[in-house]
Design a protein around this ligand. Structure first.
Ligand SMILES: *Cc1c(COP(=O)(O)O)cnc(C)c1O
Length: 420
C-alpha cells in the first residue's frame, strides 16, 4: 500500500501510515465512524477521480461516460434494492449537502421544517443557528417527552405541526438511542399536507441490514443519508425517494445543478461496491451484531448505575450522563478514555446544564468494533474498562494496565480487509 506516495512524498506518507496505525491500535467507538473494506478503498482511489460527469447516466454534459454511467447505474440500482424504493440520487458529496439539496428541492426560502431538537439528538444540518441553511429556512422543534425513556412527545409534535404548518416533518438524529414512530409522524404530516423526510445518516446500515425499521415502510417520501457511517461505504451522501417521480426529479435538479458541480465518480464507484457488500447475507449478520454489542454495553452501564439517555439503547449508540453519574465531565471522559485507547466523543445531553465544549455526556457506539468482529464478550469488557477508567481517571498505573488490555484486544481483532 502507498508505494508511490512513499517514494514521492515522505510527509504525506508518514501521516497516512500514522493514521493507519492509529486506527488499528485503538478501539473506535465514535458511532458515526467505521472501517471500509479494501474493495471500497480501491474504488475510492481509482481512476474515476479523473472524470467530469456532470448530469446523470445517459444525460451528461461531457463525452466519455461509458464507464461512469455503468458505475453510477450500479450504485443507483443497488441503493434502490437495499432500501426498497423507486429512485436514488447517489451524487451528494456528503450528508450535509444531501440535506441542503433536499431542503431546496421540497421548499421555498422562508418555509418551515419541523425537526428534532438539537439538544435532544438532532443534527447540526437540521437548522443549527450557526449554519447557513438556518438563514434560509425556518426550523421548529419536537423533543423527547421524557429523556429517561426517550419517547418523543408526539402530542406536542402534532401541536407544533398544526400551529406552524411545516412543509417538511423531518425524522432523524445523530445522538438518539431509540426508534422513532414513523407511522405517527406520517399521520401528522398527512393531516397538514407536509412532506415526510427521514435523515437516517446514522442508521442507514441498520435499515439496510434489517436491524432497524425502514421509514419507507410507513410511507415516508424521502430519505437522506450519509454512506460512511453504519452503511460502511466511502465518505459521501445519498437521497432516496420512495415512489414519487415528481419529488425525485426535484431532488435531482437540486443536487445538480442546484447545489453541486461534477459528482465525485470515484466515490460513486465506491458507493456501488459498498452497496454490493450491504446486499450480502453477511451484512445482515453485521447489522444484527451491532445491536447485540450495544445491548451488551447497555447492560454494564445499567448494572454500574450510570444514567443513559433514553434509558438505554435500541440502536447502535449510547448516550451516557457521565457527569451526573460519575462526576466526570464529557470532556474529561473523552480525554481519559483516549489515554486507554478508546475513542469516543463528548456530547450534550437533553436539557444540558453545562456547556457544549464541556458537556455532561459522552456518546459512543458499536459499528466500528463490530466491523472488527468483536462480539458481546468484548463489548461487555470494553464497557467495564470504560467505567473503570472513569472511576480511576487520575490513577496512572491503573490506566496503563487498562491501556495494555485494550491493546491486546485490538491485536486479537485486526481490521478485516474484506467482508464478503
Ligand atoms: C453525520 C450526519 C449528517 C452529516 O453528514 P456529513 O457527511 O458529515 O456532512 C447529517 N445528518 C445526520 C443525522 C448525521 O448524523
Amino acid at each position: 500500500m502507498y508505494d508511490y506516495i512513499k517514494k514521492q512524498d515522505e510527509e504525506v506518507f508518514k501521516a497516512l501510515e500514522g493514521e493507519e496505525r492509529r486506527e488499528e491500535s485503538g478501539v473506535e467507538m465514535i458511532p458515526s465512524e467505521n472501517y471500509v473494506s479494501r474493495a471500497v478503498r480501491e474504488a475510492n482511489g481509482s481512476v474515476m477521480t479523473n472524470k467530469y460527469s456532470e448530469g446523470y447516466p445517459g444525460k451528461r454534459y461531457y463525452g466519455g461516460q461509458t464507464f461512469t454511467d455503468q458505475v453510477e447505474t450500479l450504485a443507483i440500482e443497488r441503493a434502490k434494492k437495499l432500501f426498497n424504493c423507486q429512485f436514488a440520487n447517489v451524487q451528494p458529496l456528503s450528508g450535509a449537502p444531501a440535506n441542503v439539496a433536499m431542503y431546496f428541492a421540497l421548499m421555498e426560502p422562508g418555509d418551515t421544517v419541523l425537526g428534532m431538537d438539537l439538544s435532544h439528538g438532532g443534527h447540526l444540518t437540521h437548522g443549527h443557528p450557526t449554519t447557513s441553511i438556518n438563514k434560509v429556512f425556518n426550523f421548529v422543534r419536537y423533543k423527547m417527552k421524557d429523556p429517561d425513556t426517550g419517547e418523543i412527545d408526539y402530542d406536542e409534535l402534532a401541536k407544533v405541526a398544526r400551529e406552524h404548518r411545516p412543509k417538511i416533518i423531518l425524522a432523524g438524529f445523530s445522538a438518539y438511542s431509540r426508534e422513532l414512530n414513523y407511522a405517527k409522524m406520517k399521520a401528522i404530516a398527512d393531516e397538514i399536507g407536509a412532506y415526510t423526510v427521514a435523515d437516517m445518516a446514522h442508521i442507514a446500515g441498520l435499515i439496510a441490514g434489517g436491524a432497524a425499521r425502514n421509514p419507507f415502510d410507513d410511507g415516508f417520501d424521502v430519505i437522506t443519508t450519509t454512506t460512511h457511517k453504519t452503511l460502511r461505504g466511502p465518505r459521501g451522501g445519498m437521497v432516496l425517494t420512495r415512489e414519487s417521480e415528481e419529488i425525485a426529479t426535484k431532488i435531482n435538479k437540486a443536487v445538480f445543478p442546484g447545489l453541486q458541480g461534477g459528482p465525485h465518480m470515484n466515490a460513486v464507484a465506491a458507493k456501488a461496491v459498498a452497496f454490493g457488500e450491504a446486499l450480502t447475507p453477511a451484512f445482515k449478520e453485521y447489522a444484527a451484531q451491532i445491536l447485540k454489542n450495544a445491548k451488551a454495553m447497555e447492560a454494564v452501564f445499567a448494572r454500574e448505575g450510570v444514567r443513559m439517555l433514553g434509558g438505554g439503547t435500541s440502536n447502535h449508540l449510547i448516550l451516557a450522563d457521565v457527569f451526573g453519574s460519575l462526576g466526570v465531565t464529557g470532556k474529561e471522559a473523552e480525554t481519559v478514555l483516549d489515554e486507554v485507547g478508546i475513542t469516543l466523543n463528548k456530547n450534550m445531553i437533553a436539557d444540558e446544564t453545562r456547556t457544549a465544549m464541556d458537556p455532561s455526556g459522552i456518546r459512543f457506539g458499536t459499528p466500528a468494533m463490530t466491523t472488527r468482529r468483536m462480539k458481546e464478550g468484548e463489548a461487555t469488557r470494553l464497557a467495564e474498562i470504560m467505567i473503570e477508567t472513569l472511576r480511576h481517571k487520575d490513577d496512572a498505573a491503573k490506566k496503563e494496565t487498562l491501556r495494555a488490555e485494550v491493546k491486546v484486544l485490538c491485536e486479537k481483532f485486526p481490521v478485516p480487509e474484506t467482508f464478503v
